[in-house]
Design a protein. Structure first.
Length: 363
């Protein structure tokens, strides 16, 4: 598991530390507060290490491999013009430092880069082993409908999409898991398939369908909210979200109605309870409340951490963290939802509304 992430001078963060929970980690903040950046910088290092055993020419990580591979991954995921532009902007040169600690400690990693950096980072701490399993990154857009042919197109042409899309499409195309894991997979899939009204299947060309009672429906014809659920279902069925590993999910609530969000919240907790370390970024009060309710009712022993991202006057973002969303300070996006609920109730009850009659004044 990823125990902590410490960053200095990365985009909107002058200095920030995150102490993660074993099961579920919730990053909360309004737009522009750097929620996605936290997910991506954590994902990049884990993805590089997980592929290192295959891509590197050595059995153990080396400075030479990591210096280039990490720089490439950061550029391909964040899509800056140059790597150095990820360093926080200020007068003169700036140095960005990123440090990861894991359990086990043999995976610990630290590196840095300066504003002029283009192709390599400087490795300060080299891990002595590789991460065992590829992490999963789910962007705000569903990927099932673009998955067929996307990987080959991405690798042969210049596309403006971040590399997380490519990585996830590769995982979606993996064969279904078989053997002893099938029972656990079925257990996780039952509530998701019930919400979708069917199961996900793929044809020989890699196109995905929702198999419902009346037949197979092309995934393009399925509502986008259900397609996001179908993406998770497929990744569970292939074993990518099973037993151990990492899930990074950017705004799970995006384009979903409240009924589906309830299913998503349940799915997130089931995945976290199964051994996957989950990281989500959100500003949805509905999702946060649903997660809280479910944890209190069914997952009270789950190790959860919440992180509130707060934008300062100068645009710098500070982090406040704790075990519940009540510990992370006031988040403007959440406050607006709460205030609207209060205004609605007041309006329905006639509070604060000046009552006027239509009586005719006496002569």
């Amino acid at each position: 598991m990823l125990k902590s992430l410490n960053i200095e001078n990365l985009t909107v963060f002058p200095k920030a530390g995150f102490m993660f929970g074993k099961n579920l980690n919730i990053i909360i903040g309004e737009n522009g507060s750097g929620k996605s950046h936290v997910l991506k910088v954590a994902y990049c290092a884990i993805a590089v290490s997980a592929k290192g055993a295959k891509d590197a020419s050595s059995e153990a990580p080396t400075k030479a491999f990591l210096a280039t591979a990490l720089a490439d991954k950061l550029r391909n995921v964040f899509k800056p013009d140059e790597l150095g532009r990820l360093a926080r902007r200020r007068r003169g040169h700036s140095t960005c430092v990123i440090k990861y600690t894991f359990n086990p400690t043999k995976l610990d990693l630290e590196f840095s880069f300066k504003t002029p950096t283009k192709k390599e980072v400087v490795i300060a701490k080299v891990p002595t082993d590789w991460v065992e399993k590829l992490p999963v990154f789910l962007p705000t857009r569903e990927l099932l409908t673009i998955s067929p042919g996307f990987v080959s197109l991405y690798e042969t042409t210049h596309l403006p999409f971040e590399e997380t899309w490519r990585d996830t499409c590769i995982l979606l195309g993996a064969p279904l898991a078989k053997g002893p894991r099938e029972h656990k997979i079925k257990e996780l899939l039952v509530p998701i398939e019930a919400a979708m009204g069917g199961g996900v299947e793929a044809d020989k060309s890699g196109r995905f369908y929702l198999n419902v009672a009346s037949g197979s429906m092309e995934m393009h014809l399925v509502a986008e909210g259900l397609r996001k659920l179908a993406t998770v279902a497929r990744l569970i069925a292939t074993g990518s979200l099973l037993d151990k590993g990492y899930l990074f999910w950017d705004e799970p609530e995006s384009n979903l109605n409240p009924k589906i969000i309830k299913t998503v919240a349940k799915t997130i907790l089931q995945i976290a309870a199964s051994g996957i370390q989950v990281f989500i970024a959100t500003h949805s009060l509905f999702l946060l409340r649903e997660l809280h309710i479910l944890q209190q009712q069914e997952y009270s022993t789950m190790d959860t951490r919440c992180f509130g991202l707060h934008i300062g006057i100068d645009g710098a973002v500070a982090v406040q963290q704790g075990k519940t969303m009540d510990d992370v300070g006031s988040i403007a996006a959440l406050d607006e939802d709460l205030q609207q609920s209060e205004r609605y109730v007041d309006t329905e009850m006639g509070v604060g509304i000046e009552q006027t009659g239509n009586t005719t004044p006496e002569k």
